[in-house]
Design a protein around this ligand. Sequence first.
Ligand SMILES: [Zn+2]
Length: 111
Amino acid sequence: MARHAPWIEELLGFLLMRLDEAGFERLVAHEPRTMPAPYIETAGGRAEQRALRFTGCTSCSRIPPHSLHSAEEWPCRAVRAMALPFADDTGYCEAWRPEYTRSASGDFLRT
Ligand SMILES: [Zn+2]
C-alpha cells in the first residue's frame, strides 16, 4: 500500500498487526485514496463547480454529483467495523468507532 498521512498509517498499522489473511484482503479492497469531491460553489451569486480533495475509500466513496455529504471519508464504515473487534486492545482509538464515520464534507454520517 502507498504511504499516507500519519493518522491513516496508524489505523492501517493497527489492523495489519491483527487481521488474518482474509481480513487483509478485505482491507485492501478498502484502501484509502486521495480523491476529488466535486461540489457547487454558490457564494456571491455564482454557481461554479469546484473539487475538494479528501481521503476516501476505493470501494465505498462513490460520489454522486452534487452530493458531497454522502461520500464516505476514510476510514469508511467497513474499515471501522474491521477494527471494532480489537476495541479493547492498546492503541485502539475511540475515534475509529463506526458511529464516527464522516463524509467528505466533514459531517458525521448517520447509519
Ligand atoms: Zn470502504
